[in-house]
Design a binder for this molecule. Structure first.
Ligand SMILES: [Zn+2]
Length: 251
């Protein structure tokens, strides 16, 4: 805070760099939220942290969870498919990535553009369209072909939803055997994770893999996660890759 009389009192944030024009609306909103600086002469109590959702004003995970579920922190969140995003059969980092993707917040070029970075937003998987979360993970020509190659074994007509959140929200389904159920459950995570890694490999390592290599990589992911759960007992990885339909869908 700077200034010591009522009229000249103002917040002194001490930002490490100059605020950019594109960030000014956020700063204005922030100042509106925190309000005017307090009069320090009137402030006789020492600063302390308070956690309003709990009666004792002490933070607990339980009170935080209850508040979120009641829509008390960021609007109504009860529609978010938490159970599908936080899947115990996959690594936490993949769940976390999917959660961020479902909120359209992975650092794609269009997201960085929206934050004021002067970048050209072209998808590195197809080189044809704007890069966004939904495009890379679902609608890109390459991504969609990969989705189809896995979906055709499930014998269903598929129309890709508009967003990752919509996809997750309609994903729960039961199949005839344990392997199909497992593959169906972890498939969106494996496909999304491998596509995102491929996108990063193309940008940062200048390495490009084609559709078939990516499909093998996704099967490898699923095999690894399933083996840890005992789903693929008695099946070798090369058998699974070469005879996917036979081993998973019993065709
Ligand atoms: Zn693309």
């Amino acid at each position: 805070m700077s200034g010591d009389d009522d009229e000249n009192r103002a917040w002194d944030f001490g930002f490490s760099r100059t605020i950019r024009n594109g960030e000014l609306p956020m700063l204005a909103e922030f100042i509106q939220i925190i309000g005017d600086p307090p009069n320090m002469e009137e402030a006789i109590q020492e600063d302390r942290r308070e956690w309003k959702p709990d009666n004792k004003e002490i933070f607990t995970a339980n009170s935080c969870y209850q508040t979120i579920m009641e829509g008390g922190i960021q609007g109504n969140t009860t529609d978010f498919p938490y159970k599908l995003v936080w899947c115990k059969d996959i690594p936490t980092k993949v769940s976390f990535f999917t959660w961020v993707a479902a909120l359209n917040s992975i650092p794609t070029l269009d997201m960085l553009q929206r934050r004021g970075h002067p970048l050209c937003s072209i998808c590195f998987l197809c080189g044809a369209e704007t890069e966004s979360d939904n495009h890379i993970l679902m609608h890109c020509q390459l991504s969609f072909q990969i989705w189809l190659s896995f979906l055709e074994g499930f014998r269903m007509e598929w129309v890709m939803p508009g967003t990752i959140l919509q996809l997750l929200s309609c994903w729960e389904k039961r199949w005839n055997n344990i392997k199909e159920n497992f593959v169906w459950k972890v498939m969106p995570f494996a496909i999304g994770w491998i596509l995102w890694n491929e996108r990063n490999a193309r940008i940062f390592d200048n390495k490009i893999r084609g559709k078939e290599a990516l499909i093998v990589e996704i099967k490898s992911c699923i095999f690894l996660w399933g083996t840890a759960r005992g789903v693929f007992k008695g099946i070798f990885f090369d058998e699974l890759v070469t005879s996917w339909r036979e081993k998973i869908h019993c065709m």
